[in-house]
Design a protein around this ligand. Sequence first.
Ligand SMILES: CC(C)(COP(=O)(O)OP(=O)(O)OC[C@H]1O[C@@H](n2cnc3c(N)ncnc32)[C@H](O)[C@@H]1OP(=O)(O)O)[C@@H](O)C(=O)NCCC(=O)NCCS
Length: 334
Amino acid sequence: MENKYKVLSQQVFSNGDYSIVPIRMEDRYEIMKWRNEQMYHLRQNEPLIKEEQDNYFSNTISNLFEAETPNQILFSYTKENTCIGYGGLVHINWVDKNAELSFIMDTEIEGTSFEKHWCIFINLIEKVAFLDLKFNKIFTYAFDLRPHLYSVLVRNGFEEEARLKEHCLFDSIYRDVVIHAKYKNKIQFRVAEIDDLTVTYTWASSPIVREYALSKGIIPFEEHKNWFVNKIADNNAFFLIATIESTPIGLVRFDGLSHQQVTISYLLDPGYHGKGLGKQLLSRGLSKLYRERGNITVTGLVHINNIASRRIFEQLCFHQIHESEVLLRFTKQL
Ligand SMILES: CC(C)(COP(=O)(O)OP(=O)(O)OC[C@H]1O[C@@H](n2cnc3c(N)ncnc32)[C@H](O)[C@@H]1OP(=O)(O)O)[C@@H](O)C(=O)NCCC(=O)NCCS
């Protein structure tokens, strides 16, 4: 009989040929084998043996399915019904609605498809955490031994949230532990890429953006395309797309990084106006810039009638001077 988690309204989550299904007894020895092969990055000191694995599945795993508030929810990760990894939500905090994300894949596919399977697994487990369980936050807790994991997490909207210095002893060396987190309904950032061409054109063409833009008039698509392609390749620009649960909702861009005269551009998709997101977008975008570049002075030029943006700069403690009759200059040292 297939296992079912009482706490979940949906049991199987799929993405093409790949699925996560409540962890299956039949996969336990494969899982044990991968864990033993990958002990170097796991919180496991000794190789597991079959008897221990049997006990763990009979005594611990079997109790998770009927529990009202299980401390972990584990899945077999399958391709066309064959188990190729396992993972899930562990150290679940039902009060604060957060959990740690855990995942290991078949050691043989790690070398060739590490990033691909992490991406698919994250996409599936987010459905469990954010859609089914309505959690607020998921995070990873990783020994600083696999930096290639961090880029996958960041590309999937996680941000490095904390680093516990020299927190673990490995082969006589103290290693950091790095925590990456992702939140439900919170703005996340990723660097702009060519696939953002169309959405950025739609935003740039919207009447509210045109109304307060420094250059007025309709922008032809080809013109935007040339500008955009150059801009995402420009080392003097830090161009971020803001997303909520992977949906693009706006952008923030910092130009002129090389000459320390950094100007800010930012906008929200008109569908997301009036919810206080503009302030969060700019403030968190500035924090990201600070992390990249340290203390620099940033400037925003704002149309005098653009009350929402003026208010945001004021709330973020920018210093204001008149640039002209219609433009205000807001500056701040980060
Ligand atoms: C600027 C922008 C990102 C702000 O988006 P937003 O988050 O929806 O802004 P809000 O509507 O929440 O307004 C921000 C603040 O201004 C206040 N505000 C907005 N319009 C106002 C008005 N007409 N009178 C008084 N206050 C006003 C809001 O009440 C809010 O203040 P609060 O935080 O104290 O509640 C968005 O309007 C946008 O994308 N505009 C087009 C692009 C643009 O202008 N970019 C900035 C270029 S400098």
